[in-house]
Design a protein around this ligand. Sequence first.
Ligand code: ADP
Ligand code: MG
Length: 236
Amino acid sequence: MASHIAAVGLRKSYWKGPNEVPVLRGVDLEAERGEMVAVVGASGSGKSTLLHILGLLDAPDAGTVLVDSQRIDNRPERHRDSMRNHLFGFIFQFYHLLPELTALENVMMPSLIRHGAWSYWKERRRIRHEAAELMQRVGLGHRLDHCPTELSGGEMQRTAIARALAGRPSILLADEPTGNLDAASGQGVLDLLRDLNRERELTMMLVTHDPHIAQQADRVVRLAEGRIEEWVPALL
Ligand code: ADP
Ligand code: MG
């Protein structure tokens, strides 16, 4: 159930006192259904800002975000909430797992929030079963009851990936998912994302400043001076 996503003419500035700091100056970018696109760029070039706008975590000053040719950035807040939960899956550099919950509970958490207390109670067996299956899929069937502090970095990121999949997203947005991992665990996480991209036809937008990671995507673009340009590996 992949989706096409496109950004058209995105502009975004931050203000430092009276000074406008332009970050995105007209970004055009798209990913085909099931395509994995990598976005590279120097630190501070606006990669996270771009990903947040694509996933409706932030609003652009100008420009539009389209999914399957429908504009989504101007929908009512309720609809945007639902899209953040069901259309998009998010993965972050620092995992953002809740330390007081087990790995399995972390994966269940988005479903718990989505369902509210009563229907969660009714559906908890199914939610737990699905979360356990996802943990199995990311290679952590033996770590369900571990707390995040008992997991390695790679295992924490795999748990975060399982959590992102729990909402059955069609677009996965990953912000430096290997940025805090050693080369071997980083490659393991990338292999997992690549497998999921193929087997679930997930559309993926992957932000990274690691050229070895980026070149494994279907296509690589570079964000520089607020615009998307062609990627020339030697520039990195
Ligand atoms: P990247 O992810 O490529 O490192 P970011 O998107 O995080 O870049 O940031 C781009 C620029 O915007 C940076 O100069 C950063 O300091 C600035 N910035 C990001 N978020 C904010 C914010 N909430 N308020 C002010 N400036 C911000
Ligand atoms: Mg960033």
